[in-house]
Each structure stands twice: as C-alpha cells, then as structure tokens.
Design a binder for this molecule. Structure first.
Ligand code: FE
Ligand code: CA
Length: 568
C-alpha cells in the first residue's frame, strides 16, 4: 500500500501506538480496508446491475470531479437511492455494482472521448472514483455515469495546463465552513454561475454536532438529521445530508474541486490522535478512521488519498501549469496538541516551543522541498489555520488563538525563514476556519514590527457557519489598531474568487448579505491585488468605502463572536 509505504510520521506508526489491538484487527474494526480495496481494484468480474436492484434513482448525491492534472481528472459519484438511511448504506444492496462512465467534449455527449466501467463497492459506500487519463491539457469536458437504466446528472470539468507551458490566466474560487444548520448554501449557487477553472475547499465540509448543538447567533434554519456521528454509518449519513443540498451539488458539478479538511470532518479542534475532550487514543483513532473513510467516499480524490485505517494522505500538489502551484496542506492529522489547552491565550513558552509542529515533520519536509524547487510564478499554500499573527486581546493583554499558527509559533517561523532565505517566488497563503474574510500582509518576523512583508494571506469566510454575519466595521478598526499587518476584515458569508496572471494576483471577496433565507444576491465587498515580485497587498476598486455606521450593539456582538472564535 503506497499510502503507508511512504509514511514517516512523528511518533511512528499510529497503529503501533494502539498497544493491545493488533493491526489487522484494528483495520477490520475500523472498516478500513479502503486503501487495499482501492489498490486492488484492477480487473474485476463484470456483474450487470439488475434494474430491480435499485428501488429508486441512485444518483441523488450528484456528481463531482477533482484533483485535475494535464491529461487526467478524477470523476466521482456515489450510488445512494436512499442517502439518509440509518445504516449508512444509502439504500444499496451489499454487493459490488458496476457503473459506466462517459467523458465528452459536449454537453449532449455527441463527441464522447472516453468511456469505461468502474466498480462501486459496498465497503466504500458504493462510491465511485474514476481516474480518467488520456485527456488533453487545459480543456473543458463533460461527464456522466450510468447504473442500470439510470443516468446521472451531467458534470463539467477541466484539465490543467502542462508544466512548462506559458499560461495566461487562472480563475478559481475557494470556500470553507458550511454548517448545514446555520444557513442556506446560496453562495454556492452564485459560485456555480462563475467562470472558474477550479474550486478549492479548505475544510469544515461537514460539522459533526448533533441537532441544534451548535447554534448560529440568529438561530438555526435547518436541522442535522442524526446525532453526533462517531462511526462510519453516522459520518456517511452526515456527508449525505450535506451533499443532498442542491446548491452544493451544483457547485461540485460545475468545476473540478481540490479539497482538504479541517477539524469538523472528525471532531471540533482535534489534534492528531487527541480528541477535543480527552478520552482514549484507541477510541479516537477508531472514530478518526470512520470519519476519514466517509470523507474519502464523498470527495473526488485520487487512489493516492484512499484511507488506511486512521491514516489518510491529503497533503499534495496541484499544479496549474507554471502559473500557480497549490500546496494543499493537512494541518490536523499530524499536529501537536494545542498549547495551554484550546482557546485564546497569551503566547507562552509552550506555544513557542521550538519542537512544535502543525504539519508533522514529514509534511513539513515535503512542503519546504516543494517550495524550494518550485518553478511556479505563484506558490500557493491552501490550508486551514489563520497563518499571520493575530492579537485578539484588549488593553495590554495580548491574546492568540492556540488552534491557529500562533499556537505553533516555531512551525510558522521555520516556513517563513525558508520562504525568506530561499526567496520563494510570490507566496500566497489561502486560509479557512475562522468564518470571516481577512486580508493580511505576512511579515518576515512578527516579533519585529519593521519586518518586511514576505507573503500575502487571504482568509475566506464561511459559506454558512455563523449564520448571517455582518460587516463589523468598528471591529475592523479595533483589530487593525492591534494588528497593523491586517488590511481587511469582514464578517459576512460567501466565498473568495481569485484571478491570477503572471503579472498580478487579484482577490475578490464575494459576499451574500444573509444565509438565513434563500435567494440572497452576491456582490464583491473588497478587492486586493498583489503584483508579482512585489510582496504586499494593494487595495483595489470593487468595495464600498468604509463607513462609521456600525452601532455599539454590533461592537458587542463582534466581541462575543471573537470570544467564540476558538470554537470554530
Ligand atoms: Fe468552521
Ligand atoms: Ca475549523
């Protein structure tokens, strides 16, 4: 299994840490033969799907594509005629079912360029991950699946340009944090109408809480249909609930996605094998294995990312020609426990300890090596946790979020040292997690206010988490007074759109005024530009001028929200 073969994690093999449970039994317990199953998924006996086997339409969860390469892309679907069934089987029989797939130049499938068959195994929730090869670089394609007499909705995808080819432009969007109960996914409806080459999802794709256990300030508008999942069936149902949303399905069907996770795909604020509220590591790793498998089953990921027990390789590079290389990070699976407990704390010897890691040693080596050898004009870190320093305190009390990079101070310093000394070209950090829009100049050394700017960070707000949100203009003034490198803050919902050329990076913060009702319009709240070779954000047109219209109750609300931020 290649996934385990190149495994080299701090603390050694996590299975070895399970003590009394032997590895084979653990894999069986966690239902985690996924990597083996996927690796062995070569030739198989064709078994026609009897029309009677499916009680109703099996493509309710739609289609998706992802992780594009110049001549390849992953196509995804999951057969689930009854996606909300309690047993997590989606209404499917307990046997392998063959699915046919087609890729065409046109939406009507008159010019089919590739077709084939793929197995859908009950062990993987009858999910299908097809790595279609032989495509042409930088081309748009349409795809669909067939099972029995049923045909899936049509998806649209594209390949990326070849390395070494001059690429004029890239347009992509990134998003994160879509608590289902907190609001409607109107932002995805708007995103699906954009003209994008890619979508990047930075985590909190699902939230694990039971019904109404995590409430938006204005109250929840939808309801989780099951209690907090800890096993595979529960996580499958939760993914199915989210994925059954028509706006989310539309965004998946419109573009190839590049996904990574944060904490809520498993449990709030977990760190490696440590649960939020303690408990045995054996139990938590079993839970993590179930959550990781359900995540793999619902995402357009390569075989490379198939889970092996509680391990799943998600950090990887997505190259868009030589214009932009995305280093997709996993800042949950290998991190040290939060320093001094979760929440906002002053920095401490513990939070600044030189050995602390956010990525694990292996991922850090990979990241630095990739940045050092990069041929890309723009070097993008697609990741979860707030990267720039952020003092959330008041008066003389400096307070930092221990779950963000501020709680992993030395790990951030190692990356910044490397970027500065190796002169990594045009680094841009993309961030999720905090349910608000931010634009930050990343300083060479945050302990030195005169330090130079070495990178840009764009933090994207949530799709729905936190409910309607607001523009929080007074909060912006307060934050900027304490953090001069923060250039923009906004607490509305939406997504971020980026237009990238060899000369210039433009970021548009796309916001919706509410998510508690359907049908919100979208607008661009602010635009920032970075010129290649000149680190530092420049404010551009597209946003309204700041006003002092915020009320004192808004400021109170902002303070309360800042206090809650650690729970996000
Ligand atoms: Fe979140
Ligand atoms: Ca999070």
């Amino acid at each position: 299994m290649s996934v385990r073969g190149n495994w080299d994690r701090r603390g050694g093999d996590p299975i070895g840490r399970l003590g009394s449970i032997d590895r084979r039994r653990f894999l069986r317990l966690s239902g985690a033969g996924a990597a083996a199953l996927v690796a062995g998924a070569g030739p198989y006996t064709e078994r026609a799907l009897a029309a009677s086997a499916l009680t109703s339409y099996p493509f309710r969860l739609g289609v998706a594509s992802g992780d594009p390469r110049p001549t390849e892309v992953v196509l995804w679907t999951r057969l689930a005629p009854r996606p909300h069934d309690e047993d997590g089987r989606g209404g499917m029989p307990a046997r392998k079912v063959d699915v046919r797939w087609e890729v065409a130049h046109d939406e009507a499938f008159r010019q089919v360029v590739a077709r084939g068959r793929a197995p859908a195994y009950p062990e993987l929730g009858h999910s299908v991950h097809v790595e279609v090869g032989g495509l042409r670089p930088a081309r748009r394609y349409f795809y669909r699946f067939k099972a029995g007499a049923d045909t899936s909705p049509v998806g649209r995808t594209s390949t990326v340009p070849q390395l070494g080819r001059a690429v004029r432009e890239l347009t992509f969007a990134f998003a994160s944090c879509q608590q289902f109960e907190h609001g409607y996914y109107t932002a995805y409806r708007h995103m699906a109408r954009e003209d994008l080459d890619l979508v990047v999802h930075l985590g909190d794709y699902i939230y694990e809480y039971g019904p109404n256990r995590y409430n938006a300030p204005g109250g929840n508008v939808r309801r989780h249909n099951s209690r907090e999942p800890t096993k595979l069936a529960g996580y499958r149902r939760r993914h199915a609930l989210y994925r059954d949303d028509s706006n989310l399905k539309a965004a998946h069907a419109a573009f190839p996605w590049v996904v990574t996770w944060d904490d809520h795909e498993v449990e709030n604020n977990y760190a490696d094998d440590i649960a939020q509220h303690g408990g045995s590591r054996e139990y938590f790793l079993r839970r993590r294995a179930a959550a990781y498998q359900a995540y793999y089953e619902h995402m357009p990921l390569r075989r490379f990312s198939a889970p092996a027990g509680p391990d799943m390789r998600l950090f990887r590079t997505i190259a868009y020609g030589d214009l932009a290389h995305f280093r997709v990070l996993d800042t949950r699976q290998y991190r040290d426990d939060q320093a001094s407990g979760d929440g906002q704390k002053p920095s401490s010897a513990q939070s600044r300890a030189s050995r602390r890691t956010m990525t694990g040693a292996s991922q850090e080596r990979w990241l630095l090596g990739a940045l050092g050898g990069s041929s890309a004009r723009w070097n993008v870190l697609a990741q979860q946790a707030f990267f720039a320093e952020l003092d959330l305190g008041s008066g003389s009390s400096r307070q930092f979020n221990m779950d963000a990079w501020d709680g992993y101070w030395a790990a951030r310093r190692r990356i910044l040292d490397y970027i500065a000394t190796r002169r990594v070209r045009n680094p841009v950090v993309l961030t999720g997690d905090v349910h608000a829009n931010w634009a930050n100049d990343v300083l060479r050394n945050f302990d030195d206010p005169d330090s130079r700017v070495v990178a840009a960070e764009f933090v994207g707000t949530s799709i729905s988490s936190g409910g309607d949100g607001s523009d929080q203009r007074l909060e912006t003034q307060r934050i900027r007074a304490r953090n001069p490198h923060v250039r923009f803050f906004n607490g509305q919902r939406g997504y971020v759109r980026c237009h990238v050329t060899p000369e210039r990076w433009r970021t548009d913060y796309r916001v919706v005024p509410y998510v508690s009702r359907r049908g919100a319009p979208v607008s661009t709240r602010a635009t920032f530009v970075v010129e290649a070779g000149r680190p530092g954000l420049q404010r551009a047109g597209g946003g309204r001028a700041p006003s002092a219209a915020a009320t004192s109750s808004e400021v109170e609300g902002d303070r309360a929200r800042a206090q809650r931020r650690a729970d996000e």
